[in-house]
Design a binder for this molecule. Structure first.
Ligand code: CUA
Length: 160
């Protein structure tokens, strides 16, 4: 089979790129431990308010015995509940978020807080905020006409 020399060059470049991309993926997945959240926890979105964890009165910030903080939130068109979250800096924070209706997302610019909130599942993200300050949390999955107005306020307080 005849392969043109120029074609041969491009085949080599393509193979190199594929190997390079697999190496980059491997480096971040194994070396830097960057992985999608592995928590798979189904929940009935329609009955969220009837569950103990996601009932309206139980949403918000909770201090755990080990010093960490758990934030329970509901994402629903078009807001996050509660809308204001206050957590201490340099403290492990576990977000547990469920959608009451459609697909939403939570993204905190300048933090590593970012996740999809898929209806029917609990999105769990473990993170830590080193810098005190006020951060917005935006919905970053188009969820309807009010998508642009769907956000929450995250306040990171200096550690006492
Ligand atoms: Cu919720 Cu976009």
């Amino acid at each position: 089979m005849h392969v043109d020399p120029l074609e041969k060059k491009w085949i080599t470049v393509s193979i190199f790129l594929v190997v390079f991309f697999i190496a980059v993926l491997g480096f971040y997945a194994i070396g830097a431990n960057v992985n999608p959240p592995s928590n798979v926890e189904p929940i009935d979105s329609v009955r969220l308010h009837l569950t103990e964890e996601f009932a309206e009165d139980n949403l918000g910030v909770r201090k755990e015995d080990d010093g960490s903080v758990t934030v329970t939130m509901v994402a629903a068109r078009y807001g996050f509940y509660p809308q204001r979250i206050e957590v201490p800096a340099n403290t492990p924070v576990t977000f547990r978020i469920a959608s009451a209706d459609v697909l939403h997302g939570v993204h905190g610019p300048f933090t590593n807080m970012s996740t999809m909130v898929v209806p029917g599942y609990v999105s769990q993200v473990k993170t830590l905020f080193p810098k005190p300050g006020e951060y917005p949390l935006f919905c970053n999955e188009y969820c309807g006409l009010g998508h642009d107005h769907m956000w929450a306020r995250l306040i990171v307080t200096p550690q006492s």
